[in-house]
Design a protein around this ligand. Structure first.
Ligand code: NAD
Length: 379
């Protein structure tokens, strides 16, 4: 009998369907470097001895050409059925083209919480040590809500007229407009998630990040809800930071921070900033969670210029796999895999170029990292 899922994730599904000897997992390789890091991760996960049945699912530009959509319904159906997915990065066209598959997938499945641990492993190239920050990013609203009006459209013109009447403020007629909704409901949900996480994992502090001095009705609402929720958790310290100040403080004294809870856009930016503090995007994992579904994926994108070169670091995706194992209740396998990854980093021989900035010519490739991690597993 396999152990129950981690209670912090509050899974409400009947787990018996996926708690047999084999876990059925939706596997989304993505595009760009996605297929390479996904394959490396699949190999190390299987080498832990946990049994998986992978259900492949394809998304992105290539799929759009054949299916007419970059995110076919069957992908969402597969995740809803299997409850758990492991996902590689997917390219989003810049400025035009289809909307982000990543954002649409999270919103369609109600994966309201994005959990991104950033921790320093011995041997990573970073001037910092002893960082152990967890970013909790709201995934459903903010400027990522996808409510946008293109310059010159009748909808944009109507909105400009309405705003002018309602607020007395002029918007230039040649403006494109993106709407930033921040609700009390989603703010409460994400801040509670952050505090529940902090309580469950004995974290000492939650920092809410916002720009409430400028956006009084959106970020101001987020902050006032965060202050209210914080009162329900008297054992956990609470503070807030304005996002620009937060960036500076994270660079100067990151050890001050523990759990960070924030809106969608700030969470996206701070995730990359914190990844930079702990050695880069190659070692920054993540999970997108609802009460009953989970999609594990690295923080990084599809890094198109490295596609097919067997060059990039698969560890961010492998560490997302560690998070998945913990979620599945496979605590021993999770610890074994994380220790093996940490040992490969500490040894510094079989690592990719990003972890060898002084001697990138001695770096190994994506699949060789998988070989090295497998060799370090305690079986
Ligand atoms: P990116 O994260 O793909 O890459 C930025 C740089 O980080 C790379 O050029 C590389 O130097 C480094 N990097 C990233 N992953 C690495 C790894 N595993 N090992 C070593 N170095 C790594 O960001 P980008 O270039 O801004 O975005 C590329 C595409 O990815 C865009 O289309 C973007 O929309 C998309 N994207 C997708 C996701 C996702 O699928 N969840 C997330 C972020 C960006």
């Amino acid at each position: 009998m396999k152990a129950a899922y981690s209670p912090i994730l509050k899974s409400t599904v009947d787990l018996n369907a996926i708690k047999n000897m084999t876990y059925k997992i939706t596997l989304i390789p993505g595009d760009g470097i996605g297929p390479e890091v996904t394959e490396a991760t699949r190999r190390v996960l299987e080498a832990t001895g946990v049994s998986f049945q992978w259900e492949p699912a394809y998304v992105g530009a290539a799929v759009q050409q054949t299916a007419g959509t970059p995110l076919p319904d069957e992908v969402l159906t597969s995740i809803r059925k299997n409850k758990v997915a492991l996902k590689g990065p997917v390219t989003t066209p810049v400025g035009s083209g289809f909307r982000s598959v990543n954002v649409t997938l999270r919103q369609s499945l109600g994966l309201y919480s994005c959990l991104r641990p950033c921790k320093t492993y011995n041997g990573v190239p970073s001037p910092y040590r002893n960082i152990d920050i967890v970013i909790v990013r709201e995934n459903m609203e903010d400027l990522y809500a996808g409510i946008e009006f293109a310059k010159g459209t009748p909808e944009a013109a109507n909105l400009i007229t309405f705003v002018s009447k309602a607020s007395g403020k002029a918007i230039l007629p040649d403006s494109g407009i993106s709407i930033k909704p921040i609700s009390e409901t989603r703010s409460r949900q994400i801040v509670k998630f952050a505090f529940d996480y902090a309580r469950k994992y004995n974290r000492r502090k939650v920092t809410a990040v916002h720009k409430a001095n400028i956006m009084k009705f959106s970020d101001g609402l987020f902050l006032s809800v965060a202050r209210e929720v914080a009162k329900e958790y008297p054992g956990i310290e609470f503070e807030d930071r304005i996002v620009d100040n937060m960036c500076m403080q994270l660079v100067q004294k990151p050890q001050l921070f523990d759990v960070i809870v924030t809106e969608n856009l700030y969470g996206d930016i701070l995730s990359d900033l914190c990844a930079g503090l702990v050695g880069g995007l190659g070692v920054a994992p993540g999970a997108n969670l609802s009460s009953d579904l989970a999609v594990f994926e690295p923080t990084h994108g599809s890094a198109p210029k490295y596609t097919g070169l067997n060059k990039v670091n698969p560890m961010a995706m492998m560490l997302s796999g560690v998070m998945m194992l913990k979620y599945l209740g496979e605590t021993a396998a999770a610890g074994n895999l994380e220790d093996a990854i940490a040992a490969v980093i500490a040894e510094g021989k079989s690592v990719t170029y990003d972890l060898k900035p002084q001697s990138p010519d001695n770096a190994v490739g994506t699949s060789q990292v998988a070989d090295a991690v497998i060799a370090k597993l305690k079986l």
